[in-house]
Design a protein around this ligand. Structure first.
Ligand SMILES: [Zn+2]
Length: 281
């Protein structure tokens, strides 16, 4: 029987700043009178804009696919912005694939892809809301924006043959908005008693994906300037299995306290520290 044991969790938190306007699409208002063409997604209760964890995660995954040159063979999202990702088709490829180990494989048809059993995703990405009690949010609240917390950007789609301009409206969260706290949870597993070395080693690709995302865009209209984001005030802690079993506070280990720390987090340093803590239990 294959076994899977949790060895601990690495929790990455911080803020996401919209460096340029941010458009993460919601359902179009359609026939509403005065509805806009391309609304953003809003929290159903507070009506505040937020970043769905699935958008953030899907984008990080697709950037990592491209980084490793993996073929995008699986749809995450068919509506704009289309997100297609790579998913390993067999267990041998999976064993060597940081992307599928970090982000998970979708179970296939029963039988054909039975190997996908006991293959949990390492990374959880939570929804990120507008930072509460934050100066940037207060500023947005006071600003006379077109809609609560957002601006409407008019753009013209130009017909390539007739040159007729069709005006379109896009709703955006203005530059300077801060979403916080973001939270990524990366689990360290031990599969079949083989240890957690691989998981430790591949944690660095989570940071790599964050870096790639900062130089890409989140949401729609990226080629037209929207969606540049910055991760800031990053904090990385490790909670061991013992911590979850009710152990001492000492089991929370701080690995990095800001973005530069993360960039310089040398694999050997954190991996050795964590390996000792994992073995300690
Ligand atoms: Zn893969």
């Amino acid at each position: 029987m294959p076994t899977l044991a949790l060895r601990g969790k690495i929790i990455i938190t911080g803020e996401i700043e919209a460096v340029t306007g941010l458009h993460i699409g919601g359902a179009a208002a359609g026939l509403d009178i005065g509805g806009i063409d391309n609304p953003i997604i809003r929290h159903p209760v507070t009506r505040e804009p937020y970043i769905p964890g699935s958008s953030l995660r899907g984008k990080m995954r697709s950037l990592l696919d491209r980084h490793f040159g993996k073929e995008a063979n699986h749809f995450i999202q068919r509506r704009e912005p289309v997100v297609r990702v790579h998913v390993c088709e067999d267990e041998r490829a999976y064993a060597e694939c940081p992307v599928c180990q970090i982000f998970g494989v979708t179970p296939g048809e029963p039988g054909r892809r039975g190997w996908t059993n006991l293959k949990p995703a390492r990374l959880i990405v939570r929804d990120v809301y507008l930072a509460q009690n934050h100066e940037a949010t207060e500023r947005l609240r006071r600003a006379k924006t077109d809609l609560p917390f957002t601006e409407i950007k008019w753009e013209a789609a130009i017909d390539r043959i007739t040159a007729a301009a069709v005006p379109r409206q896009n709703e955006r969260v203005p530059a300077g908005a801060v979403f916080a706290p973001f939270e990524f949870v990366y689990s360290l597993y031990d599969l079949n008693g083989g240890g957690s070395n691989r998981d430790l080693e591949w944690l660095r690709y989570v940071f790599k994906a964050m870096e790639l995302l900062e130089d890409d865009y989140l949401g729609g209209y990226g080629s037209r300037g929207a969606g540049k984001i910055r991760f800031q005030k990053i904090n990385v802690v490790f909670k061991s299995r013992q911590y979850y079993e009710g152990g001492a506070e000492a089991e929370i280990v701080r690995l990095a306290e800001n973005v530069d720390d993360v960039r310089q987090l040398p694999l050997a340093e954190y991996a050795d520290r964590l390996r000792k803590l994992i073995r300690g239990g």
